[in-house]
Design a protein around this ligand. Structure first.
Ligand SMILES: [Zn+2]
Length: 85
């Protein structure tokens, strides 16, 4: 089968798209980056006094700021991929 004959040319856009999808999935699997989503064991906190942003792995809803010691509530960021608003 000649890969340049008219019927075979219809395959090339499909193959090209599969390669692009594979490349994008490979990129995002290795470059997941920083996630603002709190995990099951902790979360993000923003200090109301000194505005420091810190993460804590304890399950306590209020954790002391490592800079000034003030207790701050955990913040929740909606996960839009799950359809929350
Ligand atoms: Zn603070």
């Amino acid at each position: 089968m000649n890969l340049l004959e008219p019927n075979a040319l219809l395959i090339w856009p499909v193959v090209f798209n599969l390669i692009v999808i594979w490349g994008v999935s490979l990129y995002y699997s290795t470059h997941s980056g920083w996630s603002a989503r709190p995990n099951a064991h902790g979360g993000l906190h923003i200090c109301a006094h000194c505005h420091r942003v810190y993460e804590d792995e304890r399950s306590d809803p209020r954790v002391a700021c490592p800079r000034c010691g003030r207790l701050n509530d955990r913040i929740y960021i909606a996960d839009r991929s799950k359809g929350e608003s």
